[in-house]
Design a protein around this ligand. Structure first.
Ligand code: TYM
Length: 331
């Protein structure tokens, strides 16, 4: 059976981008057709300035939202990365296989470190080595498929490269994974800046729809979305990024093809109104389930405990094999 693994980083409140690009796919498709693991990757949240109490809060909230989005612990394994030591153990071996050049080429590292340099600051070393940990997250479970939004494909490519290199140097150890992305809304853009990704760690609130936003807040954000200078509704990411983003969101939430939908609108106002309502309807059941789950914190704890136990059992043999293959003495 195909093995799928994916994760979400608790660095901010989860967004519509996380939902349409990843979580929804995991719940509607992946958990039904693959042996799947979904993880709150809390160690990754330590690669940027963080407040320990906030990371704890966001980790719990992210795990609750995974379940609220429809992940069923009877069908898939839901857990927290730091509860399974094997991720960090394998990450070190992969740092010994990766080069600093390929780490420095990662877009996310380049962008974040350039931003910090402008401010005269510096970034944590773990931000540079982050892709080795992400590769470990994936490779430790013999993963075939990694369902992610578009922004993660470069990291998954690196995981592939490291798996191939390790296998070549030290003998067949890892399955070589590949990324999978949804057909529409694989990259939801910021409503106020439609050439930038809608990212949960950014602090520009008005352009980001959060999964737990009240319906009124969602409507306001979508109705105030930046549109383009033309008047007609055209699907073209290069010349009409604002309208194209709305069409993609509408198609992902209400169904249909974004290009066909473009032909059925003659004004931005009508498009925004329908998009806002479609988003509100998509979020409604997730928010209801989130409320129910919050009323029973013991259930979440139980799910995460069982998930970590299952994950550990799967991860351990792969890491032990990698330790032996690379030349470490068995304990
Ligand atoms: P993260 O936490 O930034 O995002 C979680 C998932 O949501 C997707 N996503 C989006 N999709 C469409 N439009 C957007 N605006 C948008 N924003 C986020 C992401 O592509 C991702 O699938 N490095 C990862 C976490 C990670 C991971 C892993 C993922 C760590 N280890 C191993 C897969 C496998 C990250 O920061 O995702």
């Amino acid at each position: 059976m195909t093995r799928a693994f994916s994760g979400v980083k608790p660095t901010g409140h989860l967004t519509l981008g996380n939902y349409l690009g990843a979580l929804r796919q995991w719940a509607e498709t992946d958990q039904h057709r693959a042996d799947s693991l979904f993880c709150v990757v809390d160690l990754h949240a330590l690669t940027v300035d963080h407040d320990p109490a906030r990371v704890r809060r966001l980790s719990r909230q992210a795990a609750t939202l995974l379940l609220a989005a429809g992940l069923d612990p009877e069908r898939c394994t839901v857990f927290v990365q730091s509860h399974v030591d094997e991720h960090a153990r394998l990450a070190y071996l992969l740092e010994c296989v990766a080069t600093d050049g390929e780490m420095r080429r990662m877009i996310q590292y380049k962008e974040k470190s350039a931003r910090e340099q402008v401010r005269g600051g510096s970034v944590r070393l773990s931000l540079l080595t982050y892709p080795a940990l992400m590769a470990a997250d994936i490779l430790v479970y013999d993963t075939d498929e990694v369902p992610v939004g578009d922004d993660q494909t470069q990291h998954v490519e690196l995981a592939r490269d490291l798996a191939v290199r390790f296998n070549h140097r030290y003998g067949q150890t890892f399955t070589v994974p590949k990324a999978t992305s949804p057909k529409v809304a694989a990259r939801v853009m910021n409503l106020q800046d439609p050439v930038s990704k809608m990212g949960k760690s950014d602090d520009t609130g008005p352009g980001i729809v959060y999964l737990l936003d009240e319906p009124e807040a969602v409507r306001k954000k979508v109705m105030r979305a930046v549109t383009d200078s033309g008047q007609d509704v055209v699907h073209d990411r290069a010349t009409r990024p604002g309208v194209t983003n709305l069409l993609e969101i509408l198609a992902a939430c209400a169904g249909g093809d974004p290009e066909d939908l473009a032909a059925s609108y003659s004004s931005y106002g009508a498009l925004k109104k329908d998009t806002a309502e479609a988003v509100v309807e998509v979020l409604r059941p997730v928010q209801e389930r989130h409320r129910e789950l919050c009323a029973d914190p013991g259930y979440l704890e139980q799910v995460l405990r069982t998930g970590a136990e299952k994950a550990r059992t799967m991860a351990r043999p792969t890491v032990d094999a990698a330790y032996r293959a690379i030349g470490l003495l068995p304990a």
